[in-house]
Design a binder for this molecule. Structure first.
Ligand code: PMP
Length: 292
């Protein structure tokens, strides 16, 4: 991935892709003092760009550092880079981290760096499998208590348990894993939020120990526009047996139906399909502008 063509925006400059490097003694690498975003461009426009940039700022603030660029400057850098890369549909990855000036847990004076990379990432899950519903395993790790980790921050460190869980699931032939939270309630997948359907009503966990995804909020809005009832509540894993449909939401995953979680089976039903199509329609620039 470090040898692609094009440029990476790094601390205000357009750097050739392969030259966008950092030192091995970077604080962000050793102590996970890094926060990032994941955005998608559709038809040459980045969907909910400012919301993502604001979340990036907030994620850094939660980790105790301030990104030395304003939301406007970061938005403009993303747009400028998208044009320079020449993509219409692409994935956008801004990342901010503490630099390599000082070594040790404390790194008060280390420079805060910001980089943005944009590449083509068509589908997070196999497109054919997506239509049939993907298969999830149950993860061993749980999302931490918000008193144990800064769970409202899209912090690199929180992805350690996600990678372990996703790799374990993939080793068993699953596409992803469903994580519970510290209390044993259903939380989310390793990089996407989760929804269930029963008797025409949509149920989704309350985002207390995990990210309240921008896609999650968009899909809740779309469901309400359709007149579907949405209930945000504590969901216990024992209840999975009772649900008829399940789907994931996320910038990368978009709306992805789920056919299986461990021993439980779900149909790729009308509500999941409707919201998948509604989301696909709203991300297109003309539709998104009309809905603002
Ligand atoms: N949870 C996790 C762990 C994620 O990585 C993501 C993707 N950013 C989400 C949820 C969904 O968030 P969003 O809809 O804002 O992409």
């Amino acid at each position: 991935f470090d040898q692609l063509d094009g440029h990476i925006w790094m601390n205000g400059e357009m750097v050739p892709w392969a030259e966008a490097k950092i030192h091995v003694l970077t604080h962000g690498l050793h102590y996970a003092s890094a926060v990032f975003e994941g955005e998608r461009a559709y038809g040459g426009q980045i969907f909910k760009l400012t919301e993502h940039t604001e979340r990036l700022h907030e994620s850094a603030r939660i980790l105790g550092f301030e990104i030395p660029y304003t939301v406007d400057e970061i938005d403009n850098a993303c747009i400028q880079l998208l044009h320079k890369q020449g993509f219409q549909d692409a994935y956008v990855r801004p990342i901010a981290w503490r630099g390599s000036e000082m070594m040790g847990v404390s790194a008060q004076k280390n420079r805060i760096n910001l980089a943005i990379a944009i590449w083509q990432w068509p589908s997070y899950f196999d497109p054919e499998q997506k239509l049939k519903g993907i298969r999830l395993d149950m993860a061993d790790y749980r999302r931490p208590d918000p008193r144990t980790a800064p769970s409202k921050s899209k912090a690199a460190g929180l992805y350690m348990i996600c990678t372990i869980s996703k790799h374990a699931a993939e080793a068993k032939g699953y596409a992803d894993a469903l994580m519970l939270d510290w209390r044993g309630q259903v939380a989310e997948a390793t990089g996407a939020n989760v929804f269930f359907v029963k008797d025409g009503v949509i149920h989704t966990p309350v985002p207390e120990g995990f990210l309240d995804g921008i896609t999650r909020r968009t899909v809740i809005g779309l469901a309400r526009e359709r007149g579907f009832e949405i209930v945000e509540r504590a969901i216990m894993p024992e209840e999975l047996e009772d649900f008829e449909q399940c789907f994931l939401t996320g910038t990368a995953a978009e709306v992805t139906p789920v056919s299986e979680i461990g021993p439980y089976r779900f149909e790729v039903g009308e509500i999941a399909k409707t919201l998948m199509n509604d989301y696909a329609a709203i991300v297109q620039p003309a539709r998104a502008a009309a809905a603002e």
